[in-house]
Design a protein around this ligand. Sequence first.
Ligand SMILES: NC(=O)c1ccc[n+]([C@@H]2O[C@H](COP(=O)([O-])OP(=O)(O)OC[C@H]3O[C@@H](n4cnc5c(N)ncnc54)[C@H](OP(=O)(O)O)[C@@H]3O)[C@@H](O)[C@H]2O)c1
Length: 129
Amino acid sequence: MTDGTTISSAAKEIEHQYGHLDSLVNNAGITGSFRGAPSEVTVDQLREVYDTNVFGVVAVTNAMLPLRRSQAGRYTATDLNNHRGYRTVEQGAVIAALLATLGADGPTGTFQDENGPVPGNTSLVAVPW
Ligand SMILES: NC(=O)c1ccc[n+]([C@@H]2O[C@H](COP(=O)([O-])OP(=O)(O)OC[C@H]3O[C@@H](n4cnc5c(N)ncnc54)[C@H](OP(=O)(O)O)[C@@H]3O)[C@@H](O)[C@H]2O)c1
């Protein structure tokens, strides 16, 4: 977390192997080697802790955010979102047409995309339009 090279290697490896990141847990944390009274702590001792617990977290988060965004960006590019969506109108229309032509015995109470039900955390799943 304190080495930019290993952070960017980790991001590249995740992108290469999986193409996206589902979640990031910034668990790493240290208390540092200092054990004295707060008034005795040196800047270098504090820096060691901040490098991991603060700047490391920001560095890892920044490196991983593009991989998270590629997962979240499933909505459709239209005027409504200044064409920042990731799917074309044609792609977005597929699910609308599928839902409009469902039979009475079709699925209900699920999030769907053009491939069927989308499992997992539905708060991360874009509605189809
Ligand atoms: N233990 C508790 O009671 C407690 C309570 C509340 C919150 N927490 C929080 O839980 C988190 C984990 O703490 P823990 O108790 O599990 O401590 P831990 O056993 O010492 O684990 C800390 C982890 O952070 C990793 N780490 C430290 N510096 C790193 C760096 N520069 N780059 C990458 N990884 C680094 C360590 O990796 P290596 O093993 O490879 O060094 C280790 O896996 C911390 O954020 C802590 O504040 C713990």
